[in-house]
Design a protein around this ligand. Sequence first.
Ligand code: FES
Length: 180
Amino acid sequence: MPRPEATPATAGGPAVPDVDLTRVRELVEETDPHGNLIALLQRAQELYGYLPEPVVAEIARLSGIPASRIYGIITFYAQFTTVPTGRHKCFVCHGTACHVAGATRITEALEQELGVADGTTRDDLEFTLDSVACMGACSQAPVMRVDDETYGNLTADEARRIARRLLDQSATEQGGASDA
Ligand code: FES
């Protein structure tokens, strides 16, 4: 059944940033939505960090593709998300080798330093922390990935140091943004 008309998400959870829908029009014009809907959704998610309902509704409106079909793709592929995620994403491997090597201690260290529970996003949308399955680097267990960087042979102390660096980086970036 088609979903009802999109409305901006407002109830509960992290604050939803303003969504500039003019960028959606550009994406739809640049990417053939009928021939390459997945690529279009990937680009939209890169742009917004996730696929908020107004963006999906606008893609549906501009392309004529039913929103129900677009949501079918979004829910089928794990790479897509309709909830806001942090600007910095920390994934701790909890596969067998990493679990045995102390992944739980890594997750706990990050939870404490970053102030975010595993599997959630901080309200300021700076950090998402999540547990994932084997990252294919078992010889370096325990392993985590932060944004595009992978760290292996971690200790809880090293995870804390990385988290503090991230916090410093985030504070600097936010300072820069507010100065602009
Ligand atoms: S179990 Fe963690 S990388 Fe394989």
